[in-house]
Design a protein around this ligand. Structure first.
Ligand code: WA2
Length: 269
């Protein structure tokens, strides 16, 4: 009798966890695909057309109108690759000076990635050199070397201070071969398109709509470094020993990273 209730409870936990994991992975996937398409839109209408057919206003309008395609992102932005020798010319053409993530004047560097186009929801990124932030910088370097979607560690995002991860795609100048080498990719890089998965609020919103949500505790971890899992969503220190828990694997599309969802019942009071 008790054995049977235990089995039922476990079955229910497994099914609730799997449902949540598949739903989250699905929404991550469609969001990543749409940002990929936006990166191609920039390369087509900003670089293959002269003069460019995109400016801040068209970017803001188009990204606002298509935001339903990116349900887990708080917005998207485009950062242009600028070398140090181009900086003075760039800043005088733009009529502004780039800033660091800490809002200071950007000190001299070999190259920069100032945001020139942003969705209104994350307009606080405009003029910021994204290479001045450790997580964003790592993403930029890995995105341009691979040509694939890349994700950061979980960290506190600008603006909201919510826990989340940044997604980046490199935008290449036209003519890059599909089988290009790392050096060719880096050389052909024109800029970076990306945005932040606001995991803390948008995943919360997604899960809160599901039946049985008040009965379980859900955590998402970045387990890329197996010995040091990083909380990406959920309570920072989930209760230690619980007899019943379930782990669902997650694939967010960055082969360099591993994620998983862990679910358990709330402790009875
Ligand atoms: N987007 C939104 N919030 C953030 C953030 C970010 N990065 N970094 C810290 N908080 C323009 O990789 C290029 C977006 C970075 C893309």
């Amino acid at each position: 009798m008790r054995q049977e209730t235990m089995e039922k409870a476990e079955e229910r936990l497994v099914s609730m966890c799997e449902e949540r994991a598949r739903m989250l992975q699905e929404q991550f996937g469609v969001t990543v695909n749409h940002v990929h398409a936006l990166a191609i839109l920039i390369s087509t209408f900003h670089f293959e057309k002269s003069p460019s057919a995109i400016d801040q206003d068209t970017f803001a309008k188009y990204t606002a109108r298509t935001s339903f395609e990116r349900p887990l992102l708080n917005g998207v932005a485009y950062a242009q690759r600028i070398f140090h020798h181009e900086r003075e010319m760039f800043e005088s053409q733009q009529g502004w000076i780039m800033k660091t993530m800490k809002r200071e004047a950007a000190p001299p560097q070999d190259e920069y990635a100032p945001v020139i186009f942003s969705q209104d929801s994350i307009s606080y990124l405009s003029r910021i050199d994204m290479m001045s932030g450790e997580e964003d910088r790592e993403n930029i370097l890995r995105a341009r070397a691979t040509g694939k979607a890349v994700l950061t560690n979980p960290f506190r995002l600008l603006g909201s201070n919510h826990l989340g991860v940044v997604l980046t795609f490199a935008v290449y100048r036209p003519g890059l071969a599909a089988d290009a080498s790392v050096e060719e990719r880096v050389e052909a890089t024109a800029g970076y398109l990306g945005g932040a998965f606001d995991v803390e609020s948008l995943v919360e919103n997604l899960l809160s709509k599901l039946a049985g949500n008040q009965d379980i505790v859900v955590n998402v971890y970045d387990v890329t470094n197996g010995s040091e899992p990083m909380v990406m969503y959920g309570p920072q220190s989930p209760d230690g020993k619980v007899s019943l828990f379930h782990v669902s694997t997650l694939d967010f599309g960055d082969p360099f990273r591993r994620h998983e969802m862990r679910c358990r019942y709330k402790q009875k009071p």
